[in-house]
Design a protein around this ligand. Sequence first.
Ligand code: C2E
Ligand code: MG
Ligand code: MG
Length: 704
Amino acid sequence: MTPVRLLLVDDEAPNRDMLSRRLERRGFEVGQAASGAEALAALDRERWAAVLLDVQMPAMSGLQVLEKIRERWTQAELPVLMVTARDASEDVVAALELGANDYITKPVDFPVALARLRTQLARRDAEERLRASEERYALAARGANDGLWDWDLGTGEFHYSVRWLTIVGREGDGIGPTLQAWLDLTHEADRDRLQQAFDAHLAGRTPHFESEHRLHHASGAYRWVLARGLAVRGADGTTVRMAGSLSDVTAGKVVDQLTGLPNRMLLHDRLERALGEAGEPVAPCAVLLLDIDGFKLVNDGHGRTHGDDLLRAVARRLDRSLRPGDSISRSSELAADSMVARLGGDEFVVVLHDIADPLDATSVAERLQRVLARPFTIGDREIFVSASVGVAMSGPGATPDDLLRNADTAMHRARLQGRGRIEVFELAMREEMVERLQLDTALRQALANDEFLPHYQPIIDLQHGRLVGFEALMRWRRHDGRLVPPAMFIPTLEANGLIVPVGQRFAAAVCRQLRAWRDTVAAGLPLWVNVNFTTGQLAEPDVLDTLLGAIADAGIRPADFVVEITESSAIGDVARAAETLSRFRDAGLRVVLDDFGTGFSSLSCLGELPIAGIKLDRSFISSDRRHPAILQAVVHLADELGLTVTAEGIETDAQHAQLRGLGCGFAQGYLFARPLDAEAATDLIRRGVRWLPAHPEDAEPTAA
Ligand code: C2E
Ligand code: MG
Ligand code: MG
C-alpha cells in the first residue's frame, strides 16, 4: 500500500521535526514546509492527502495560506487541519469559516491529533470513492438529464433534486423528504425489489446500488427509471450517506427497437389501464394478435436483413392503417382509438377500444389482412405476406395477460387452419390447447420410452384369397398397457415434428419383423409390408436414405416395402410430390395412394404420379355409399393405368363378393382380420388361412 502523504507546515523547525517523526512512525510519509510560500509551492508540485497547517506564521499566516488552498481545492479534495494555540478560539472559528476541515491545538496531544487526522482522511477517501463511482456511472456527467438524490442516514432525510421530481411530474408539489416517499411512488410489483436493493447495499452486500423500477407519474402513467447510487462510509465503516442518480429509461423500455412501435411492456401498460381495476366498469376492448404466415421462410430465403425490413414495413403499414384518416378508421369508427404494438418476432398486436362485438373485431382484422395483402417491395423483390389472426374480447375481470394469452391461443388455432385465417377465442380452445400441450409432453416421453409399436392388418389377394402382405398400423402402448389408436396422436406428432423420428423407428421395426417372418413362418412366401407416411415425413430431405438404410439393415428388399401416402399430400403439390415419389420408385420401393376417394379424387392426376397402386377408402366401399358404377369405373381406370387396387374396410360378405366380382386385386377389412399384434399376425401366417367369398352356408374363412 502506498503511504499517505501529509504536508506539515510550521515555521518552527523543532515543532515540525517532532510531529513528523511521530507521524512517520505511524506509517505516514511527511513533507515539510517552513512557510506559507513553501507550502503553496509544495502543493503545486505534488499531490498530498492532507495538510497540517500552523496558524501562526510570519509573512503569510496559516489563514492566508488556507484561503489560497481553498481557491483551488475543496474540503473533500484536500483536507486541511489547522494547528492553533490552545486559547485561540477566534482563529479556530475563522479557520473553519475559511474552509478548514478540523483543528488541533498546540502543544499537540498526539493521539487526539491522529484520530482527527484519520477521520478527515477517511472522509476524503469515501468522497473520492463516491466521485470515482459517480464517474463510473456517469452520475455527474448526465446531470442534466438525471435526477439526483442524497440520503443522510444520520437524520434519515432524503433530498430529491428538481430533475428527480420532474421525471415523475411532481416538481410542483414535491414529495416528502423520506425514502418512504420514493417507495410510495414505486409500482407495487417493484416495491419490494427496490427496498431490497437499498438494504443489500447498505448492508455492504452489493458494491453499488442499482435498481430498475416503475414510478408513478403525476399523470397516472408509470415511468421506468434506473436508480444508481453509492453509500458513503465513515471511518468506522458505518454508512453516513447514500447518494446517486435517477434516469428515465421509459423510452428504451417501451419502444420496440426494430420497428419503433410500442413494445410488449407498453402494450401491457396500456391494456392494464384500458381494463381498469378489478370490479371497475370499463369500456370493452378487443385484442388482435397477428402472426405473419411463413415469416421464417422470408428470413431463411431472403436473409435476416430483408426479414427485418419486412417487419418494419409491416409495422408501418399496420400503424398507418390504424391512424385516423386512413381507410380503415374512415370506413369504420371502430379503430379510431387503437394502438398497434410489436410483441416480438413476427407477432403484432392491435388493441381496439370500445368494441364489444367479436364481429366488429373480425371485420377490422379482415381489413388489416387486406392491407397486408398488397405486395411489399423488399430489396429488389416483391414479397407477398398474409397473417393469421387471433382475436380475444375483454370480459369481466380479464387481465392483460389473459387477453394476450387468449388471443395467442386463437391465433394458433387460426394457424392450424392454414394461411390468412382469423379465429375468435373461445374457452374450449384453451382446454384444447392445454390438452394438446399435455399430449405433446406425453408423446415426447413415449418416444424416449419406445412406446410406439406396430399392429398388422392382413392384405389379401382377392382372387385367390391368400395373405399377401400386412399394413403396419401404429399403436401407442401407454405404461398402463392401454393401446391408443393413431387418430389420437398422429396429428400431434405431425404438428410437433416428432413424426419423423417416431416414423423412422417404426419403419425399421416393421422391416425387422418382416425379416423375422421370412426367417421362420413365411420362408419362401411372397409377403410385403405397407407403412403409412405423412406429408411431414415425406418432406424430410433424407427420408429415402433413412428408409433404404433400415431396409438394408433388416436384410429385406426395397420391393418388399410399400409406402402409403395420403391422397391429399400427393394432390397438394403434384409436381413436388411426383419428384419425391420418383426417387422412391427409382430406388425400387412401391408407393400406393391411400384413402383414395376421400379427398379431391382427381382421377386425372393418377397418371402423373409415379405410383404403383391405390387404396380405395372404406367410405367408398361401405354399403350406404356404395355406387357400383363409380367403383367399376375406378377399378377399370386403375387397371388401364397399370395400378393395383386395394379395397379397404371390407366388413361384409357382400362387399367381398362384389369387389372380387369387379376385378379388384386386393382387400383389407375386419371381415378378414382386424389389425393384429405381432404374435397374432405370426400365428395367422403359420395357419395359412385362405379367404374366399362365403356361400351362405360357409361363412367362416377356410383353412387352405
Ligand atoms: P389408414 O392407413 O387408412 O388405415 C386403415 C384404418 O382403417 C386403420 O385404422 C384400420 O384399423 C382401419 N380398418 C381396417 N379395416 C377396417 C374395417 O373393416 N372397418 C373399419 N371400420 N375400419 C377398418 P387405424 O389403425 O386406427 O389407423 C388410422 C389411420 O392412422 C391410418 O389410416 C393411417 O392414416 C394412420 N396411421 C396408422 N399408422 C400409421 C403410421 O405408422 N404412420 C402414419 N404416418 N400414419 C399411420
Ligand atoms: Mg394406410
Ligand atoms: Mg386408408
